[in-house]
Write a protein that binds this ligand. Structure first.
Ligand SMILES: [Zn+2]
Length: 211
């Protein structure tokens, strides 16, 4: 697996590009920045962008989705159905954040934990539904890498005070789902530094054993 991180998205959100070295099938996780840079890498590495996997419907995670989809028309954009209403609220989200408004992007398919046959080359893409930061937030587990969106950050968690966020739900999602994963899994969050499940189980300031 190859992975590249693009951390300078709008509101500090991070876009990831991950691909299978053998088959050259690639996925982008969220779509918030560095479109030109990402396009260059896709061309240089001759990879095929199969999916854009959206972790949740906040504007800072989908801000460049329309531009990307214009360039990569065959790529499928996937997200959870429960967060679709947030896309309809994008004009409102953008004006609250005082950023230029974006058009509501099209989603090609909805995914949940029952979704089958989501493959990235030789690897399966597993969906973990983690409501709390938003109702429809999901994490994507590919091999030993977890893309946690705004559910789990290094030593922190996503806020729960916006558009249907719920603290009890995020606590449940993290404790009962993410912390049950293998400790060696590397976590790539929607903002900030990477971490691991094992590290967060110990040091997360909300739910870690040392907190
Ligand atoms: Zn968010």
């Amino acid at each position: 697996m190859e992975l590249k991180t693009f951390p300078n998205g709008i509101f500090g959100a991070t876009t990831y590009l991950i691909w299978d070295k053998d088959t050259l099938e690639a996925a982008m996780v969220d779509c918030t920045s560095s479109i030109d840079e990402i396009e260059k890498i896709i061309k240089k590495e001759k990879i095929n962008l199969k999916y854009i996997l959206i972790t949740h419907g906040h504007f800072d995670h989908v801000y460049c989705l329309n531009q990307m989809k214009e360039k990569f028309k065959e790529t499928l954009v996937l997200m959870s159905k429960e967060d679709a209403f947030l896309l309809n609220q994008l004009p409102n989200q953008c004006s609250m954040a005082e950023v230029e408004e974006i058009k509501i992007p099209c989603i090609d398919g909805f995914i949940d934990e029952n979704s089958k046959n989501l493959k990235l080359g030789n690897y399966e893409i597993k969906i973990i539904q983690t409501p709390g930061h938003t109702q429809g937030g999901v994490c994507y587990l590919i091999n030993n890498v977890l893309f946690s969106g705004d559910t789990l950050f290094k030593e922190s968690i996503g806020r729960c005070d916006l558009w249907g966020g719920n603290y009890n739900s995020i606590e449940k999602s993290i404790k009962e789902k993410l912390f049950k994963l293998d400790s060696n899994i590397i976590v790539y969050p929607g903002h900030g530094d990477k971490t691991s499940i094992g590290y967060e189980k110990k040091y997360n300031s909300y739910f870690g054993s040392n907190s």
